[in-house]
Every structure is written in C-alpha cells, then in structure tokens.
Design a protein around this ligand. Structure first.
Ligand SMILES: Nc1ncnc2c1ncn2[C@@H]1O[C@H](COP(=O)(O)OP(=O)(O)OP(=O)(O)O)[C@@H](O)[C@H]1O
Length: 260
C-alpha cells in the first residue's frame, strides 16, 4: 500500500487483508486500504482486476452470490460490516449504491425517491415525505427538470436524468458512503459532466467510492485513486501523485495506456 497526504482526513472505511474467492478462484488478494470521509476515491485498473468485487464487499452485496468466500476486515464508521449481528438491510441504508446502468424502480419519480425512506421509517408523514423527495431531487440536481412530473414513471426520463434519479434515491436515506460502479459509462459527455459536478458537490456531505474505466475522469474528480491489477491493490495514492508521479511501474504503465 502506497499513499500519503492522509493526515487531515477522518477515516470512513478501513479494509485490512481482504481476500475474496469465487469458488476456487481468488479475485481479491490481501487488500488493505483506508478510505477517507468527504473525499472521492476512485478504483481503477484493467477489466477483471477486482474493482467491482471490492466495491461489493463494502455493502455485502457479494453475500448474494453463491460460492463466495470472504476473509479479512471491512470496517465502516469503526464497525465491522461482516459482524454476525450486522443487519444487511440496515447496512445498505448506511451505504448507498449507484450502478453502471441507471436502474430506477418501475415506479413514479416520486416513489423512486420515497420508497427507501418509508421502508426504513425515516419519514412517514405525508408532508415529510414530500419535503424529503424534493430535497433529495434538489441535491441530485434533478428537481427543476422533474418537479412538474413527479408522478410519471422514473423510466420515462433520459439516461442521464435516470442516473441522477438513482443518486437522489441513494441519498434520500442519508447514507454514510455512496458506492458508484462506473456511474457514467452509459452516459453521453454532457450527462457525464453533470454527474461529475454532482459528485463534486455531494462529497461535502458523503464519502464517495467510485469505479471508473475513464482515466481522465479519475484524474478530474477523485481525491484518491487505488490501482488494482489481477486482484491485488498495487498502488493507492492521492490522485495528483498517482497521475503525475506514480510510485509503481504497473500503475504507470496502466495510466500511460501501455496496457489495460
Ligand atoms: N459472480 C462471479 N462468479 C465467478 N467469478 C466472478 C464473479 N464475479 C466476478 N468474477 C471474476 O472475478 C474477477 C474480478 O471481477 P470484477 O468484476 O470484480 O472485476 P472488475 O475489475 O470490476 O472488472 P470490469 O472492469 O470488467 O468490470 C474476474 O476474473 C471475474 O471474472
């Protein structure tokens, strides 16, 4: 693990010696890293290097996959996410997730945002639900575009709007951490820029961990970058250092486009 410049940031996620196997195949090998609050951390590396597998360890989504075995420690806010007593539903409230392809529920724009807060009993009074839906959509930069059509299906929006709806849905339960798995890879450049600006604003309140294949995007938006290769984390550094003077040959080769 190589990193610096961490002294002034509070710890959000602490990972130690994390191993993951799919059956006999080891997809993550002894990963250790600290992720800091109110920062964007980008996970980069060639296809199949384990970025998504790592991300799914943070909200225990890998538990849903058969024949997965995980060893090591993942702590969020000082609590072991894999402890037997941790309720997965409660954990997923603390950790929001946004996927590569926007995946709104087959519900109205309003209900996409209201569903989880109601389920978690965060709000129940009608006025409170309304206020929370509005503030989440505002925070996701979508309110002005949808305020007059809240009862239309979420799927009636454009791809970029749907992704912002998914972000509004994620932040409606006020998670500690938001995981994003290639959140802009299915979007056009303008929608991508909108989401990048949004991520930059959201990090004031949330810790964001994002997977991206787009080097320029990582360089533009991430405070820290972790480079994965064949299941190992090869280098972890502040983004500036990673992209200007990487400390490892493999990271340098990847960043300069020599492979991947
Ligand atoms: N459910 C699964 N069952 C078996 N093997 C899997 C499963 N999911 C991922 N893998 C394997 O684990 C390795 C890491 O996959 P993962 O999806 O985490 O990589 P990635 O870096 O996110 O890739 P990409 O950039 O292509 O999305 C790959 O070799 C992949 O084939």
């Amino acid at each position: 693990m190589t990193r610096n410049d961490s002294a002034h940031h509070a710890l959000s996620v602490r990972v130690r010696d994390l191993d993951l196997w799919y059956g006999q195949f080891q997809a993550l090998k002894s990963i250790s890293l600290d992720i800091y609050q109110n920062n964007i951390t980008a996970l980069i590396g060639p296809s199949g290097c384990g970025k998504s597998s790592f991300l799914r360890c943070l909200n225990r989504m890998n538990d849903l996959i058969p024949r997965v075995r995980i060893e090591g420690l993942v702590e969020m806010g000082g609590r072991d996410v894999n402890a037997a007593k941790v309720d997965e539903v409660a954990l997923r409230r603390r950790v929001g997730m946004v996927f590569q392809k926007p995946n709104p529920f087959p519900k109205s724009i309003h209900d996409n945002v209201a569903y989880a807060p109601r389920m978690h009993d965060i709000v129940s009074r009608k006025a409170d639900v309304k206020a929370l839906v509005e503030s989440s959509l505002r925070d996701a930069g979508l309110w002005e575009e949808v305020k007059d059509k809240l009862h239309q299906p979420g799927t009636s929006l454009s791809g970029g709007q749907q992704q912002r709806l998914c972000i509004a849905r994620a932040i409606a339960v006020q998670p500690e951490v938001i995981l994003m798995d290639e959140p802009t890879s299915s979007l056009d450049p303008i929608s991508t820029a909108t989401i990048e600006d949004l991520m930059d604003r959201l990090k004031r309140r949330y810790t964001i961990i994002t997977v991206t294949h787009n080097m320029q995007q990582a360089a533009r938006i991430a405070d820290y970058t972790a480079f994965f290769h064949l299941g190992e984390m090869i280098e972890y550094n502040d983004t500036k250092t990673m992209f200007s003077t990487p400390h490892t040959r493999k990271a340098e080769d990847y960043i300069t486009g020599r492979y991947g």
